[in-house]
Write a protein that binds this ligand. Structure first.
Ligand code: AMP
Ligand code: GLY
Length: 420
C-alpha cells in the first residue's frame, strides 16, 4: 500500500521511516517533508499542510490507503474532517477533538468538568482583570496564551512583574495575535515533568513508553524554551505506580469525557504531566505525537506500525509490541541562535549509518551541489538505543564530537536527569 504523511519535521521523518519498514508498505509520500528524508527513500510532495484540497486530490489520484497527520496546526484547521468529508481516511483527531490542544481554556474546562488533576487557573480577555488576579495570587505563576503559539506562548513567571508583563504582551500588544486574545493564568506546579503518549480510539487506548523532553535551549535547563532539544524513553526512574495513577486519574476520565461531550478522540494523545507531591497533574494535552519524543519512542516499537494505524482507523484494537529492554535517546542539533534568529545554509555532516539514526528536520539540498544544508531552527537529530542512558549518551556524544557542527549547537546533557 501507499501512504501519505503530512508535516515536515523530524517527527514526520521518524513516522514515515517507520511505516516504510512494514512489508505491506510500498511507498511513503511526505507533504511537504524536507530533503533529508529522501536519503531514507521517502518521496516528497510539494504541497503545503494547509492546502487540504490539493492534498485530498493527491491522495485520491495516487491511491493512498490512508494519511497520517503530524502537526497540530493541520489538526486544528480540521484536515481530518476534510479528508473524511472527501471519503478518505486520515489518522488524527477531528477539529473538535483536537481542541484539547488548540484551546488551553477548553482543555482546562474539560479537566475541571471531569475531575482531572491540573493546576488551578482562571481565563482572562481583559488585561486589568488579569493583572488584578496575578497580584492577588502572587508569584511564581504561569501565563499562557489560549491558542497555538509554536510552543512559545507559555511564561513561567518568577515575579508578579514578569507575569503582568507577559499578560500585557499577549492581551494588549497582541504578541501572539488571536492566539493570545485570551490568556490562561495558572498555579505554578513543582515537580519532574514527563510525557505519556497513547494511541486512542474513543475510550480504548494503548500506552507508549514514557518519555522526557528537554525544552530549554542550553545545558542544565537554562536559556529560552524551544520546541525540544532532545529526549529519551522510557524514563527509567518513573515508577510503574505513577503511570498507573496517570491512567486512572487522567487518561480514562479524559477519554470518557470526550465521548460524553460528543467529541470522541481518535489519534495520538500526548499528555504533558508533572509529578507533584500530590501525584501526577496535567500541564497540557497535545493532540498529536511530540517532536522530538516520536523520534525516540518509535524505534522502541517492534510491531508493524502501518498495520497498527490501519487497525485503529478500522476501529480495531491494534496489536502493539515494544522492546522491553534498553533506552532510546536522541540529541537535537540546532542552528546557532535558535529559537531566535538563526542562519541557514550550513553544510551538514554525512548521514549516519548503523545503529545511530539521523532524522532530519530543517535540511535542504543545495541547488547545484546537492549537498545537504541547514534550513531551519532544529536541523537534525541523532538517535540510538543502548542498554542504559549513559551508554546511549556515550554513543551519541562520541558521534557528535566527530561531526563538524560549526554554525550549529546541541545540548551536552540530554538524559542526565535520569542519572540523578
Ligand atoms: P507548554 O507549552 O504548555 O508545554 O509549557 C511549556 C513549559 O512550561 C512546560 O514544559 C513546563 O516546563 C512549563 N509549565 C507549563 N505550565 C506549568 C505549570 N502550571 N507549572 C509549572 N511549569 C509549567
Ligand atoms: N516536544 C514538545 C512538543 O512536541 O510539543
Amino acid at each position: 500500500m501507499k501512504l501519505l504523511v503530512i508535516g515536515s519535521g523530524g517527527r514526520e521523518h521518524a513516522i514515515a521511516k517507520k511505516f516504510l519498514e512494514s512489508p505491506q508498505v510500498d511507498m511513503v509520500y511526505v507533504a511537504p517533508g524536507n530533503d533529508g528524508m529522501t536519503l531514507d527513500g521517502l518521496q516528497l510532495i510539494n504541497i503545503g499542510i494547509s492546502e487540504h484540497y490539493a492534498l485530498i486530490d493527491f491522495a485520491k489520484k495516487n491511491n493512498i490507503a490512508w494519511t497520517f497527520v503530524g502537526p497540530d496546526d493541520a489538526l486544528a484547521a480540521g484536515i481530518v474532517d476534510d479528508f473524511e468529508s472527501a471519503g478518505l481516511k486520515a489518522f488524527g483527531p477531528s477539529r473538535l477533538a483536537a481542541e484539547l490542544e488548540w484551546s488551553k481554556d477548553f482543555a482546562k474546562s474539560i479537566m475541571v468538568k471531569y475531575g482531572i488533576p491540573t493546576a488551578a487557573y482562571s481565563t482572562f480577555a481583559d488585561f486589568e482583570e488579569a493583572k488584578a488576579y496575578i497580584e492577588k495570587q502572587g508569584a511564581p505563576i504561569v501565563v499562557k496564551a489560549d491558542g497555538l503559539a509554536l510552543g512559545k506562548g507559555v511564561v513561567v513567571a518568577e515575579t508578579i512583574e514578569q507575569a503582568v508583563e507577559a499578560a500585557r504582551e499577549m492581551l494588549l500588544d497582541n504578541k501572539f495575535g488571536d492566539s493570545g486574545a485570551r490568556v490562561v493564568i495558572e498555579e505554578f506546579l513543582d515537580g519532574e515533568e514527563f510525557s505519556l503518549f497513547a494511541f486512542v480510539n474513543g475510550e480504548e487506548f494503548s500506552l507508549m513508553p514514557t518519555a522526557q523532553d528537554h525544552k530549554r535551549a542550553y545545558d542544565g535547563d537554562t536559556g529560552p524554551n524551544t520546541g525540544g532539544m532532545g529526549a529519551y524513553a522510557p524514563v527509567p526512574h518513573l515508577p510503574q505506580s505513577v503511570i498507573a495513577q496517570s491512567v486512572e486519574t487522567i487518561i480514562k476520565p479524559l477519554l470518557a469525557g470526550m465521548v460524553a461531550e460528543g467529541r470522541p478522540y481518535l489519534g495520538i494523545l500526548y499528555c504533558g504531566l508533572i509529578l507533584t507531591i500530590d501525584g501526577p497533574k496535567v500541564i497540557e494535552f497535545n493532540a498529536r505525537f511530540g517532536d522530538p519524543e516520536t523520534q525516540i519512542i518509535l524505534p522502541h516499537l517492534t510491531s508493524d506500525f502501518a498495520q497498527n494505524i490501519s487497525d485503529i482507523l478500522d476501529k480495531k484494537r491494534p496489536s502493539l509490541t515494544w522492546r522491553e529492554d534498553g533506552v532510546t535517546l536522541g540529541v537535537i542539533v540546532a542552528s546557532n541562535g535558535y529559537p531566535l534568529d538563526y542562519e541557514k545554509g550550513v553544510l551538514l555532516p554525512e548521514k549516519t549509518n548503523g545503529d545511530i539514526i539521523t532524522y532530519y528536520a530543517g535540511a535542504k539540498f543545495d541547488d547545484n551541489s546537492r549537498a545537504l544544508l541547514s534550513n531551519g531552527g532544529r536541523v537534525y537529530m541523532l538517535v540510538t538505543t543502548a542498554d542504559t542512558v549513559p551508554a546511549a549518551q556515550e554513543k551519541i556524544y562520541a558521534e557528535l564530537a566527530n561531526q563538524n557542527t560549526e554554525g550549529l549547537f546541541y545540548r551536552t546533557d540530554i538524559g542526565s536527569k535520569a542519572l540523578k
